[in-house]
Design a protein around this ligand. Structure first.
Ligand code: HEC
Length: 163
């Protein structure tokens, strides 16, 4: 959306400047080249355009991308802000032991969360207390408080969605 607006604006500006130049040269009688003042105006115009095209547009695109990508999940799912943060924590705290397609996690120590599709409450319980029922160990308290909520909410939302 933002990109489209910037793109259109740049071309509108270009079009207007072409029209301006055309009108001015039509009125001018003397065939001599541009005056010093006119050349300066042109130089400033080119500089400004270069700055807009070279810096502002990429910057806007980058900002736009970073905002939207963090909340894009498989299956067209949109994550909330908290879930996007949970995704970050999952990568750091959980991915080494668990498989979860939405995070490209392929850990084999703990159960595959895509197959298990655990509900949020179970995830929170596992995070809080840890697990050691004979299939390996998961330490408790890897994340806590709001972070635990965010991770649990993220996993519950994306588990089983791998495309
Ligand atoms: C050191 C490896 C390891 C890490 C890190 C780890 N887990 Fe686990 N997880 C396990 C193992 C092993 C089990 C199964 C333990 C058992 O049942 O004996 C497990 C079980 C689970 C279960 C199933 C609980 C149940 O009752 O069946 C969930 C949900 C879970 N983990 C989520 C997470 C989340 C979320 C994180 C990140 C905060 C995480 N795990 C980090 C190893 C890990």
């Amino acid at each position: 959306m933002l990109q489209t607006i910037v793109f259109v604006l740049v071309f509108v500006l270009l079009g207007l400047s072409v029209v301006g130049v055309a009108m001015r040269s039509g009125r001018r009688r003397k065939p001599a080249g541009p005056t010093r003042a006119e050349r300066r105006v042109t130089a400033i115009g080119v500089t400004v355009l270069t700055l807009v095209l070279g810096l502002a547009v990429p910057a806007l695109v980058l900002v736009d991308n970073s905002e939207s990508k963090a909340e894009d999940a498989p299956g067209g799912l949109e994550l909330t802000k908290a879930q996007a943060e949970g995704r970050q924590d999952f990568k750091i705290r959980c991915a080494q032991c668990h498989t979860l397609g939405a995070s490209n996690a392929v850990g084999k120590v703990g159960p595959n969360l895509d197959q298990m599709r655990p509900p949020k409450a179970l995830i929170l319980d596992a995070i809080e207390k840890g697990r050691a029922r004979g299939q390996g160990q998961m330490p408790g308290g890897l994340v806590s408080g709001e972070d635990a909520e965010a991770v649990a909410s993220y996993v519950a939302a994306v588990a089983g969605r791998t495309n």
